[in-house]
Design a binder for this molecule. Structure first.
Ligand code: NAI
Length: 399
């Protein structure tokens, strides 16, 4: 079928299999070009492995360290005349390249919050790998059905206390407007967001994996967080999502306890703000990211998910001396370049003056839009989007 981009609201509802394969291929080539020589993970489970940071973690483990990978995600397979989701095609492309390179790669498509998918994953590890030595937890979801209570929790992106007014952009039209987001009306909204994006499910995974005996001696596990600058604090760090991230961080000692007799250890890594399907849904953030991209590209320090994850593995989790550098709160930081004083000062100055009239000159809104569409396989110069393409691409390990 001929597949062209179609958007609804901020999301893109079509996906191009050749373009997404190109995105995956480019990431693989980047990691290979780094010629990593240090010891790293060998058998890796990535939960949330099909897009964004999770996909880049999986690619780094496989093509940076020759690791066997199992990926868990929730994606829609392709059907006749209905393209699959980006994460489906990404995984198809990843597995194909992994198999060609002689690397083990299998995937499980289902609800990672459920007991059933945890069980399925454990069985697969037992059957094929025995144990895993790294568990990456990279889920981003708007809802979670709790496996013990059956309650369906929905997360919200809201400030706490006062209404929050700031600039935002519709990145499709480059229209800059003020947006006011009303605060939560009840504690329940915080609790629900924490239930979805906090640390409980990460803990459930580690408990189940440990109990099943599928975690190796010295296992590491890492989950991802974000802090960001003052101008997004009310909607992010100090808002409902920030409370969930706090809960995630607070889960680290609990997980360390669970892993102590295996000499295992857990980390939260604070990553950089990037264009992913999840971050484009947060008000204010796309405008901040457009300005951030402009400043970081000009300084030659721009990074995407793959550059971030390669640095996380090679310069934080698996260093030569085995020491994992942490901040005062015990977190890994790969948002260090984003948070540099000179970067933040310049973004702040631009933030004050940005309008619909000057956004194309003073921000990288074009880069944002390009990257957004590339997440869905569009905007690649060497792909003919007028041509027929086979939408029925399969993930080799999922029959
Ligand atoms: P993403 O939307 O690109 O990826 C989310 C992944 O979770 C996908 O693989 C998806 O299939 C999977 N998933 C969602 N619900 C699922 C379910 N019920 N069962 C199984 N799999 C499910 O998200 P992104 O942006 O890569 O986020 C990953 C983590 O990184 C999140 O914790 C996020 O808060 C964090 N982060 C994101 C930043 C950003 O700017 N995008 C910055 C710093 C941290």
């Amino acid at each position: 079928m001929i597949i062209q981009p179609r958007t609804r609201g901020f999301i893109c509802i079509t996906t191009h299999p050749e373009g997404t394969a190109k995105n995956v291929h480019n990431q693989i080539e980047y990691v290979k070009s780094k010629n990593i020589t240090t010891e790293g993970p060998k058998k890796v489970l990535v939960i949330g492995a099909s897009t964004g940071f999770g996909l880049s973690s999986r690619i780094t483990a496989a093509f940076g360290y020759n690791a066997a990978t199992i990926g868990v995600f929730f994606e829609k397979p392709a059907a006749p005349n209905k393209p699959g989701t980006a994460g489906w095609y990404n995984t198809a492309a990843f597995e194909k390249e992994a198999l060609e390179a002689g690397l083990y790669a299998k995937s499980i498509n289902g609800d990672a919050f459920s007991d059933e998918v945890k069980k399925q994953t454990i069985e697969l590890i037992k059957k094929d790998l025995g144990q895993v030595d790294l568990v990456v937890y990279s889920l981003a979801s708007p809802r979670r059905t709790h496996p013990k209570t059956g309650v369906a929790h929905s997360s919200v992106l809201k400030p706490i206390g006062e209404p929050f007014t700031n600039k935002t952009v519709d990145f499709h039209t480059a229209n800059v407007t003020d947006i006011t987001i009303n605060p939560i009306e009840s504690q329940e909204e915080i609790d629900n967001t924490v239930a979805v994006m906090g640390g409980e499910d990460w803990k459930f995974w580690i408990e189940d994996l440990k109990e099943a005996g599928v975690l190796a001696e010295g296992v590491k596990t890492v989950a991802y967080s974000y802090i960001g600058p003052e101008l997004t604090h009310k909607i992010y760090k100090d808002g409902t999502i920030g409370m969930a991230k706090k809960d995630l961080e607070n889960t680290v000692p609990t997980i360390n306890n669970i892993l102590s007799d295996l000499n295992g250890v857990s980390y939260v890594s604070v990553n950089k703000a990037l264009v992913t399907q999840s971050s484009s849904a947060i008000p204010v953030v796309p405008l901040y990211v457009s300005l951030l991209y402009k400043v970081m590209k000009e300084k030659g320090i721009h990074e995407g998910t793959i550059e971030q994850m390669e640095r996380l593995f090679a310069e934080r989790l698996y260093t030569n001396d085995g020491i994992v550098p942490l901040d005062q709160e015990g977190r890994i930081r790969v948002d260090d370049l984003e948070m540099r004083d000179d970067v933040q000062k310049e973004v702040d100055d631009l933030w004050k003056i940005v309008t619909s009239e000057n956004i194309n000159e003073i921000s990288d809104i074009k880069g944002y839009r390009d990257e957004f569409f590339q997440l869905f396989g569009f905007n690649y110069d060497d792909i003919n989007y007028e041509a027929d393409t086979n939408e029925l691409v399969e993930v080799p390990s999922i029959k």
